[in-house]
Design a protein around this ligand. Structure first.
Ligand code: ATP
Length: 830
């Protein structure tokens, strides 16, 4: 007898496949489709039968006008059959899901044609889907399976109908993607389930056997919400994309505001949560912002705002941007509205002021790379959580905390979330702030410190420093934003910022400047390196001259922004201190490299932008094949010996294969991928052309170059597909920095200045773990589990593969296998 997959149970001697459903509910958010795709594919890969419920809870209440032909089936053979008339013309092929193959149960591409409504569905809301039904989902905004606000589901009777519909379809496990309302509804349904089963049996709407089989309902929640308002979850699905939309809009408004010397008040979403407003304020270079959790402390906040904006004008600024969350209030809970702000600025400062309410723009559009990855990781985790659930485990929500995918009890998270609104109502703003993650308050401080221009932040004369700021290595998006915050933090604290152009070569040529607050105003949004950068490192030949320049310019500290070169430079300078006392000043590296190969830190500036550039290119490239013929694209990425960009890119763009230096390449791998590609094309609907992606790091193999690989695929794919290569090259280094790179830049730069103050002037004020304190005055500021840590050069060297210039054990390597799973190369049902 063969071993049954873990997800199958014996019922009367016949194996029963787990049947689970996924639905999206409440307000839509970008990334919901990626979550649905991951749930469907991981579910199938693990041997389950997966259903989608259209139109959220409303679809579950309405159910199917006639029961599915195979509902409540206990028969394995039937698992690969369609619930619907044969829409699909795909052939099942081996590879995934206990033999189900890549068949599109519902009909490949049909779900993408969202909007045809009930008529096209024949009154069916609970639909069995196959692998290819969710093809193309990754890059689509909104939710393709529909969402709704369901009044019926709020009532017990509606939930009873939902329970009946689930039992009829043989489903006793649900993944729900939505906000706190949707998840509250989910928990109610689970709680009431046993009572519904009892009632439905008594009324003979279900059989005794069904009642026995479906005694419990298991539920897992995914938080899809653009507000990022769920407690215990650092980032919700869709929040990052909404921030992208806001920053795109504010960037556009900024240029016209500047032309006309106008002020703009921009209203963004967030009734009880100021995350979008705060992150947009930091990332788009706003002058002032209002959020619900921290109303202005002053009774006369109007004057405070006008004074700040006037100070900006006095420095020569031609535009003002004020960002206001829709739920912004003063400390007496009176709303602070965009139109009120407009009147104040017009009347008091005589500014030509306009209001832009971004509204639903924020919900729409393609998901950014991070939302695709986040939703994918969480969707996969949801399946594991469902399969592990038992009646006594409370329903979890899947979230991310400190860069780790987590399971938190749903009820607790929802309760905590609702406490924020209650705290605001009770004017307990400190509590409201404390319920946000630690980054939130820090970002607000950074924003205020760099924009208010008052003396509150100034240090005494004796503590003021001359701080050099320099870029090194290849350019990375976010370097300029970091420089801007560093300069402005220096000015706010009374230090002298000294920007060094063209790295150490520039220092040797005295190519330096002392920038003003206004000089760095537009740098937040600019890609590349405004200071100029190169790869020349300090060495035995030039170190004396460099030390002499440190002395000549009376440098008290150095902030070095860059990747592995910055690490190498600081490591050398620290080692050269014994012969060069001038080098005994605090030096700190702010990690910035698209390759994300700096050890210890989970992220470097530029790495988010580069993956987004790659993913956008992949979307466009794939589309080109749809218009021509079956074509495999081998997309080559930069990244040196580090496969970060390729791996995250493949996950976010849906690559079928991913070659990276850490894993290497072999003839066997290429052969297997070739066979797999052939199988995939052969299982496609005939007459439809399709583009498929292979993502390859430039240094994945010395032998299997991109050109060689493309030729092999082209030659061997002959009648089935052809192959082309695309080299992303330096495009990945360019691009407007993403909001994530911009806001990270601000937070990291501000911390670096505090680090320097602590080591050079003995100024306390760093929020660090005690064991990190004052150990090293030459360090890297690392993002570790969402928090910032300072790591000395020796610890960095220990965590590095110095020859290959990368980390020894990077976190993202642990998600590499998911590329294969979601491509359908691994059958996890055995
Ligand atoms: P958003 O973040 O967009 O507000 P949400 O999930 O919180 O998302 P809601 O409109 O609050 O959106 O809820 C969506 C649906 O969930 C409701 O239409 C309703 O069907 C169900 N729901 C919400 N709250 C409850 C509740 N307390 N009991 C039962 N069902 C609920």
């Amino acid at each position: 007898a063969h071993e049954l997959p873990a997800v199958m149970a014996q019922t009367n001697g016949v194996p029963k496949q787990k049947r689970l459903a996924v639905l999206t509910s409440g307000g839509d958010s970008a990334g919901m489709n990626a979550a649905v795709r991951a749930v469907v594919r991981m579910g199938i890969a693990k041997g389950c039968q997966v259903f989608v419920v259209r139109e959220g809870w409303e679809g579950l209440v309405r159910g199917n006008s006639s029961p599915s032909p195979n509902s409540s089936t206990n028969n394995l053979r039937e698992s690969a059959q369609s619930d619907l008339p044969a829409i699909s013309s795909s052939k099942p092929s081996p590879g995934v899901g206990g033999g189900q193959g890549f068949v599109a149960t519902y009909g490949e591409g049909e779900l993408l044609k969202h909007g045809e409504g009930e008529v096209a569905l024949g009154g069916r809301f609970i639909i069995k889907v196959g692998w290819d039904d969710v093809r193309g989902f990754l890059g689509e905004g909104g939710t393709l399976i529909g969402t709704a606000r369901s009044a019926a589901f709020r009532e017990r009777d509606g939930r009873r109908k939902a329970a009946l519909n689930l039992v009829r379809e043989g489903i006793d496990a649900l993944v729900v993607c939505g906000g706190d309302g949707s998840l509250t509804g989910a928990d109610k349904l689970r709680d009431e389930w046993p009572s519904f089963i009892k009632e439905l049996t008594e009324s003979k709407e279900i059989t005794e056997e069904q009642a026995q089989t479906y005694q419990h309902l298991n539920i897992v929640g995914l938080v899809g919400s653009i507000d990022n308002d769920m407690a215990g979850v650092d980032l919700t699905i869709g929040a990052s994309t909404a921030l992208h939309r806001i920053c795109e809009a504010v960037d556009s408004i900024s240029s016209t505001a500047s032309s006309h010397s106008r002020a703009f008040v921009i209203e963004v979403m967030g009734r009880h949560c100021g995350w979008l407003a705060l992150m947009a304020g930091i990332s788009a270079g706003a002058d002032y912002l209002f959020i619900p959790e921290r109303p202005p402390s002053s009774d006369d906040w109007e004057t405070e705002m006008c004074d700040t904006l006037q100070r900006h004008r006095n420095l020569g600024k031609r535009k003002n941007i004020v960002i206001v969350a829709e739920g912004a209030i003063d400390k007496n809970l009176n709303p602070i509205t965009a139109s009120k702000l407009k009147d104040i600025l017009t009347d008091r400062l005589k500014l030509d002021t306009r209001v832009t309410t971004l509204g639903h723009t924020q919900r729409g559009g393609k998901p950014c790379a991070y939302d695709r990855v986040l939703a994918t990781l969480q969707g996969c985790e949801a399946i594991d959580a469902l399969l592990a659930s038992t009646p006594d485990i409370p329903s979890p929500i899947i979230g991310i905390q400190e860069n780790k995918i987590t399971r938190t009890p749903l009820v607790e998270a929802v309760e905590l979330t609702q406490q924020v609104a209650k705290a605001i109502e009770a004017k307990d703003f400190d509590k409201a702030m404390s319920l946000r993650d630690p980054e939130f308050e820090e970002c607000l401080d950074v924003f205020n410190c760099t924009t208010r221009l008052d003396d509150k932040w100034k240090l005494p004369e004796t503590k003021r420093l001359r701080i050099a700021i320099m870029h090194i290595g290849a350019p990375a998006s976010g370097m300029n934003a970091a420089t801007s915050t560093a300069v402005r933090t220096c000015l706010a604290r009374g230090h002298t910022p000294i920007t060094v152009y063209n790295s150490f070569l520039g220092l040797l040529e005295d190519n330096i400047a002392t920038p003003s607050w206004l000089r760095v105003d537009s740098w937040v949004t600019r890609g590349g390196s405004e200071l100029g950068t190169n790869r020349t490192l300090p060495d035995a030949d030039n170190v004396k001259a460099i030390a002499a320049k440190f002395k000549e310019h009376k440098l008290d500290a150095l902030l070095l922004i860059g990747g592995f070169e910055a690490f190498a430079a600081l490591r050398f300078l620290e080692s050269a201190r014994k012969d060069n006392p001038e080098l005994k000043i605090p030096m700190v590296q702010l990690p910035a490299t698209i390759s994300n190969n700096v050890p210890v830190t989970e992220w470097s500036l530029g790495s988010d932008t580069s993956v987004n550039v790659l993913v956008e290119a992949c979307d466009a490239i794939k589309q080109s094949a749809t218009a021509s013929r079956n074509r495999v694209f081998v997309i080559e990425t930069q990244g040196g010996e580090c496969g970060y960009i390729a791996t995250l890119g493949a996950l976010a763009a849906g690559g079928l294969a991913c070659y990276i230096p850490e894993k290497g390449m072999s003839l066997k791998m290429v052969q297997e991928d070739l066979d797999f590609l052939k199988r995939r094309y052969e299982s496609d609907v005939k007459g439809k052309s399709e583009g498929r992606l292979v993502i390859k790091s430039e240094k994945a193999s010395k032998t299997y170059t991109t050109e060689f690989l493309t030729k092999i695929l082209s030659e061997e794919g002959q009648k089935v597909f052809d192959a082309r290569s695309v080299q992303m090259g330096h495009t990945l280094q360019g691009g407007t920095p993403t909001p994530r790179d911009r806001s990270r830049a601000a937070r990291l730069a501000s911390r670096c200045i505090r680090f320097i103050e602590y080591h050079a002037a003995g100024v306390e004020g760093m929020t660090r773990r005690p064991d990190d304190r004052d150990k090293h005055d030459v360090a890297l500021v690392a993002i570790k589990g969402g928090r910032l840590r300072f790591v000395g050069m020796e610890d960095l060297a220990a965590a590095s593969d110095l020859k290959k210039r990368r980390a020894k054990d990077p976190w993202w390597l642990r998600i590499y296998d998911l590329v294969e799973v979601l491509a359908g190369k691994q059958d996890l049902s055995k």
